[in-house]
Design a binder for this molecule. Structure first.
Ligand SMILES: [Zn+2]
Length: 403
C-alpha cells in the first residue's frame, strides 16, 4: 500500500529537513548564550572565595597586564602635556640620585614614555616636554618656565609633571603625593585630576604607606611661590610624586621597566577616570568678539562635559548652587537660562574701558570643575565700538569658547 506519492514524499522530506535544521540552529544559539564557565582559582595560592580578606597582602601588586578599559574612550582628543621632571644637566654628583645611583630624571622619563603610549592608544592628544635625557634650557629658571609654556601655547587640558620623591633623613619614607598650585581656589580643576591620579597610583603601586590626604598644596613645600612648573601654567596642572627613590627597596623597584610601566598604567587609569567624569568648559558666546559697552551684558555658555555625550539623559549635570561668577575678582549676580545652560553677566555702567577678567566656575554631579575658568572680556566705549576698535588694544588671549 502506498501511503504517499512521490511528490508528497519530497514535501515530507523537506519539512523534516527544515525542522532538523531549526533544531541545529536553536542548539547553536543556546550554546552561544550559555554563560562562560566561572574562572578557576586553582592556580592561586589562596582561594579567594574561602579565604578571609585579611589574609591577602595589599602590597602584592596586580598581574602585569595592562588592558585599556572601555571608559578610556573619553580620553579621545583630550590634550595632555606630560612633563618628565629634570633631565640632562641634572646628572651631577648626588643630585636627585637614589642610594645606589638611580637618577630620578631617568625614572621620570621611563614612566612618562609608557604613559604617553597608553594615552595615545586611547586617542588622547599627548605632548611631551622632553622625550630624551635633556634639560630644556641651560638656565634652571628658564627650563622650569619653558615646560609649562608648552602647555600654555597648546591650551592643554592638563599639564602633568612626573616626579619621584626624596627624603633627606628618612630612608623608609615611601608614599604617593600629588601637588596643585597656590590655594584650593586657584584651580579646582587641577584637584579634580589630582584625586583620580592618587587613586590610580595607589592601586597600581600598592605602597604600604599613604597620606590621609595625598592631594597637597605646593606651598606646603615652597611657601613663597609654590612650584615653578605649576605656577607658570594658565590651565589645570598637577605635579605627581609617585614614590620615594630614596627608599632603598623602592629604588630597586623603580629600576625595573615593568614596574615603570605599572606606574604609568596607574596614572593612565587615573586620567581615564578623570576624563570619564567630564571636563567642563565655559566660553563667551555673546558678544562673539567679547567686546562689550558699559551697561551691556555678556553671555557665557556652560558645558558640563557630560551632556553632549551620546546616551546621556537630560542636561542637568550642573549643581546650580555651585556656579560662581566674578568680574575682576568681585562676585557678580547673573541670570541663568536653564534651557540653554547659559548665564548672562551684567556689566556696570561705570566699568572702566579695557580688558577685564571674568571668572566662571561650576561643579558637576561628578564633582568636576571648569578646566579654564578665567575668561577675558574687553569693555569698550560706544564711540570705539562704532569705530570697530578696542579702547585698550592690549586684549589678552582667551581660552576655548563653547560653540
Ligand atoms: Zn623631581
Amino acid at each position: 500500500m502506498r501511503l504517499f506519492g512521490n511528490r508528497q514524499r519530497i514535501v515530507l522530506v523537506a519539512l523534516v529537513a527544515t525542522w532538523l535544521g531549526s533544531l541545529v540552529v536553536v542548539a547553536a544559539v543556546a550554546r552561544s548564550c550559555r554563560p562562560a564557565p566561572l574562572p578557576s582559582y586553582e592556580h592561586l595560592e589562596l582561594d579567594p572565595l574561602h579565604t578571609p580578606a585579611t589574609a591577602y597582602d595589599w602590597t602584592r601588586p596586580p598581574e602585569p597586564a595592562f588592558p585599556i578599559p572601555p571608559y578610556a574612550q573619553y580620553l579621545s582628543g583630550v590634550k595632555i602635556v606630560i612633563d618628565p621632571g629634570h633631565g640632562g644637566r641634572a646628572y651631577k654628583r648626588g643630585w636627585k640620585i637614589g642610594p645606589t645611583g638611580l637618577r630620578e630624571a631617568e625614572v621620570n622619563l621611563g614612566v612618562a614614555l609608557h604613559l604617553a603610549e597608553f594615552l595615545r592608544a586611547a586617542g588622547a592628544d599627548v605632548t611631551m616636554t622632553r622625550d630624551k635625557d635633556v634639560y630644556l634650557a641651560k638656565d634652571e629658571g628658564d627650563d622650569l618656565r619653558q615646560r609649562p609654556e608648552i602647555a600654555n601655547e597648546l591650551g592643554a587640558d592638563l599639564f602633568l609633571s612626573l616626579h619621584h620623591n626624596a627624603s633627606a633623613n628618612n630612608p623608609n619614607a615611601n608614599r604617593t603625593e600629588v601637588y596643585y598650585h597656590d590655594s584650593p581656589d586657584h584651580s579646582p580643576a587641577s584637584q579634580d585630576a589630582g584625586r583620580h591620579l592618587v587613586t590610580g597610583l595607589e592601586e597600581a603601586l600598592r605602597l604600604e604607606q599613604h597620606l590621609p590626604c595625598a592631594v597637597l598644596c605646593d606651598r606646603n613645600n615652597a611657601p613663597n611661590s609654590g612650584y615653578a612648573v605649576l605656577r607658570y601654567c594658565d590651565g589645570p596642572a598637577v605635579l605627581v610624586e609617585s614614590a620615594f627613590f630614596t627608599n632603598p627597596r623602592q629604588e630597586q623597584l623603580l629600576r625595573d621597566p615593568v614596574y615603570q610601566r605599572r606606574e604609568a598604567y596607574g596614572l593612565f587609569l587615573g586620567l581615564a577616570r578623570w576624563a570619564r567624569g567630564g571636563l567642563p568648559r565655559v566660553g563667551v558666546i555673546e558678544p562673539a568678539d567679547r567686546r562689550v559697552r558699559p551697561g551691556g551684558s555678556v553671555v557665557v555658555a556652560l558645558d558640563d562635559g557630560l551632556s553632549r555625550r551620546p546616551q546621556v539623559q537630560g542636561h542637568d549635570k550642573i549643581r546650580v548652587d555651585s556656579i560662581i561668577v566674578r568680574l575682576d575678582g568681585t562676585p557678580v549676580a547673573t541670570e541663568l537660562d536653564r534651557d540653554k545652560w547659559q548665564i548672562r553677566v551684567p556689566i556696570a555702567r561705570d566699568c572702566r574701558p579695557g580688558p577685564h577678567g571674568l571668572y566662571v566656575d561650576l561643579e558637576t554631579i561628578l564633582g568636576h570643575h571648569v578646566l579654564r575658568p578665567n575668561l577675558t572680556i574687553s569693555i569698550v566705549r560706544d564711540w570705539d565700538l562704532s569705530q570697530g576698535r578696542d579702547s585698550d588694544p592690549s586684549r589678552d588671549r582667551e581660552g576655548a569658547v563653547v560653540p
